[in-house]
Design a protein around this ligand. Sequence first.
Ligand SMILES: [Zn+2]
Ligand SMILES: [Zn+2]
Length: 99
Amino acid sequence: MPYVICKQHGGHPASVVCEHLRQAVENRERLQGVFYVEASHMNAPAWGHYICGNCARENQISELRTIWKDDDSLDRLFAMKCNVSPVCSRCFHDAMNTK
Ligand SMILES: [Zn+2]
Ligand SMILES: [Zn+2]
């Protein structure tokens, strides 16, 4: 799990998001249509990240919650065409819940 230190929320585990979502969180924009993709390794969730609608389309992701459980899923996740980076998970969730 990546770890971040947020100016507002202090240090805690981060959410991993694509660069577009991270930008939106930084700009305090409301997030919509956020996709979550998770991969498993040895039948346990190994890694998951959030991507925007454009990144989802580019990577042929069509389900808002995509959970891959096959053995190649982790390789596929890391091979995805988008730049992901950690962001404060509380800021991220605040941005998703903003009305
Ligand atoms: Zn994106
Ligand atoms: Zn924060």
